[in-house]
Design a protein around this ligand. Structure first.
Ligand code: 2BA
Length: 106
């Protein structure tokens, strides 16, 4: 068994969860925060048999889109730091697939 961890945009969370549930995957949603933007995102954890991992990833991909977001960075100057806007592309999804040692429901 594998554990899929998918970090996605909050606005995509419901669509992805619906899609996964419809196809028989168990899914848990966690509220998370990105280290760079310091803004909210969603982390989904999905336990799946190894031969189902690719299907789950395709469903996540189907429902997640990438977005451009503006954040501010600090440019050093003689008067300290000047904030300036930078554009970053966030997502569709950041996905990790891990081995599961044990899976129990008791
Ligand atoms: P954040 O850390 O808030 O990052 C948001 C977006 O900012 C990233 O999108 C990336 O385009 C940009 N970014 C991140 N770190 C940067 C840096 N040091 N310099 C310049 N730009 C940077 P994504 O790569 O699509 O990541 C979306 C979210 O996925 C991240 O939100 C974070 O919550 C998670 N994530 C991404 N890579 C990760 C990793 N290796 N480990 C754990 N979480 C990760």
């Amino acid at each position: 068994m594998k554990l899929i961890t998918a970090i996605i945009h909050d606005d995509d969370a419901h669509g992805v969860m619906d899609e996964l549930s419809k196809h028989g995957f168990g899914v848990t949603k966690l509220a998370s925060t990105g280290g760079f933007l310091k803004s909210g995102n969603t982390t989904l954890i999905i336990g799946a048999e190894e031969d189902k991992v690719e299907e789950a990833i395709k469903l996540i991909e189907k429902r997640c889109k990438s977005r451009k977001q503006i954040t501010s960075a600090n440019l050093p100057s003689t008067e300290g730091y000047i904030p300036y806007p930078i554009e970053v592309t966030v997502g569709g999804a950041t996905i990790f697939v891990l081995d599961v040692d044990q899976f129990k429901k008791i």
